[in-house]
Design a protein around this ligand. Structure first.
Ligand code: KIV
Ligand code: ZN
Length: 511
């Protein structure tokens, strides 16, 4: 009989801490529903004390999700713990995750607290959390650089105070796999009440070792792994959920445990998170990269045709990559459209949302003969994005480029109930469009990233554009898609401007 390995997804909390990855409540809800379909055990839905928006988002997810535990993060203080407890009130199964730093450098420099004060605050927070929920997780932040004797002392006391899961974070991605596995083994052996809790790990990827460290911990007895879709997260990110899950599944000869994840939902989750956050997935990314299952070299193709196991250790279908992706065309009706959305696990919020998405679909089908699943996912995503933050709206645009001539653009934007028209020259049509938009909006934001990729193959594919803007220390990602990449670029730029206009500043729990 194999043990159960709990998968704790923190895309909506740690993932959202990546600069530019902040999401609206509606976007978080869509991701949470997909995580539930993926059958993760725990969804860390956010940090309720960060803002009213975060509190509302965690409450909404707690009310909507039935098949996964919904978790809220709280620093080890009364206010944060109470906010988390209140946000989780309607959760069928809810968990409070409280944490405090335990490494000498964090205690001395960040908290300015003595080790005894840290223990006292941790114990108090866990006791208070237990007044709200039976399921309480405690994390000693920066455990990877903490002293083992101190970890043993504090963890024994928080377990006595009622913690049910102990999560050991390698907050700065510093440890080596063997060392991290040994740390988990040592804690489990030395702490007298260690058998009363589930041991969990949370690894960051600063040295590219987050997945290796997590798996080493699993071999040392950890039975929960904290991870994110596509490895999203602060700095170099967290351990990638899809890599952890597929490693454990593919190497059942090696691991003493299994997960309950429905791996066929992995690709949909990956695309959804990448689409919403504007963080593209690199083509050679394990499991979910565009090339992960593409056997392009002649030798490999020959081997795969003779027997797929010569070069394939996993099947593309098992992660939700299907070969026949052609789904709808110009003549498809509303029912076929709705049916395909259902098959993709997409549930538009209302009948009005279905109608608006269907109108967009018809418009796209006029320009593109074959509509793929990826097009539909982008369409639904855009629909939600457009409605979420619409201060500036693209009314029309014209861009002109010709050899030997300076590219130019004219744009009409709607804002504050009026239409504004502007023209500009640029080094290319996209540059001209951005300059024209900027002359209307005057955001003075710094353009940090502009990237285009094709959503499907072929020159009639939609181009997906990501624009990252920075203003007064805030970073946002805008997204746009269209068969015309100049239009897609304008949409992405306007989407980013709308986010700058509406997204409130957030508190980072770890600063
Ligand atoms: O990396 C970290 O230490 C964290 C904690 C809040 C668990 O994200
Ligand atoms: Zn973290």
């Amino acid at each position: 009989m194999k043990d159960h390995l709990l998968i704790f997804d923190t895309t909506l909390r740690d993932g959202e801490q990546s600069p530019g990855a902040s999401m609206t409540q509606e976007e978080k809800l869509r991701i949470a529903k997909q995580l539930e379909r993926l059958r993760v055990d725990v969804i860390e839905a956010g940090f309720p004390a960060a803002s009213n928006g975060d509190f509302e988002a965690v409450s909404a997810i707690a009310a909507a999700v039935k098949d996964s535990i919904v978790c809220g993060l709280a620093r080890a203080n009364d206010h944060d713990v109470r906010r988390a407890g209140e946000a989780l009130r309607s959760a069928a199964a809810g968990r409070i995750h409280t944490f405090i730093a335990t490494s000498p450098i964090h205690m001395e420099r960040k908290l300015r607290m003595s080790p005894e004060q840290v223990i006292e605050q941790a114990v108090r927070a866990v006791r208070l959390a237990r007044e709200y929920r039976d399921d309480v997780e405690f994390s000693p932040e920066d455990a990877g650089r903490s002293e083992v004797d101190f970890l043993c002392r504090i963890l024994e006391q928080v377990i006595d105070a009622g913690a049910t899961t102990i999560n050991v974070p390698d907050t700065v991605g510093y440890t080596m796999p063997e060392q991290f596995g040994n740390l988990i083994r040592t804690l489990r052996e030395r702490i007298p009440n260690a058998d009363k809790v589930v041991w969990s790990v949370h690894c960051h990827n600063d040295l590219g070792l987050a997945v290796a460290n997590s798996l080493s911990a699993v071999m040392a007895g950890a039975r929960q792994v904290e991870c994110t879709i596509n490895g999203l997260g602060e700095r170099a990110g967290n351990a990638a959920l899809e890599e952890i899950v597929m490693a454990v599944r593919t190497r059942q000869d090696f691991f003493p445990c299994r997960t309950r994840v429905d791996t066929t939902q992995i690709m949909a989750a990956s695309r959804l998170v990448s689409g919403i956050t504007g963080f593209p997935v690199q083509p050679n990314k394990a499991i979910v990269g565009a090339n992960a299952f593409a056997h392009e070299s002649g030798i490999h193709q020959d081997g795969v045709i003779k027997n797929r196991e010569t070069y394939e250790i996993m099947r593309a279908e098992d992660v939700g990559l299907t070969a026949n992706r052609l789904v709808l065309g110009k003549l498809s009706g509303r029912n076929a459209f709705r049916q395909r959305l259902r098959e993709l696990g997409i549930e538009p919020a209302s009948e009005e949302a279905v109608n608006a998405a269907f109108a967009r679909f018809k418009d796209l089908a006029d320009r593109k003969s074959e509509i793929f699943d990826e097009d539909l996912q982008m369409l639904i995503g855009e629909e939600a994005v457009t409605h979420a933050h619409e201060h500036f709206k693209l009314v029309s645009l014209m861009a002109r480029s010709e050899t030997g001539e300076t590219p130019s653009a004219r744009v009409v934007l709607a804002a504050d109930g009026a239409e504004h028209c502007a023209e500009s020259l640029g080094s290319g049509p996209v540059d001209a469009i951005f300059r024209a938009i900027e002359s209307v909006v005057t955001s003075n934001a710094e353009l940090q990233l502009f990237s285009i990729s094709n959503i499907t193959s072929g020159t009639d594919s939609q181009g997906e554009v990501t624009v990252r803007l920075k203003k007064n220390g805030r970073i946002v990602n805008g997204l746009g898609a269209d068969t015309d990449i100049v239009v897609a670029s304008a949409k992405a730029y306007i989407n980013a401007l709308n986010k700058l206009h509406s997204t409130p500043e957030k508190l980072n729990p770890q600063l």
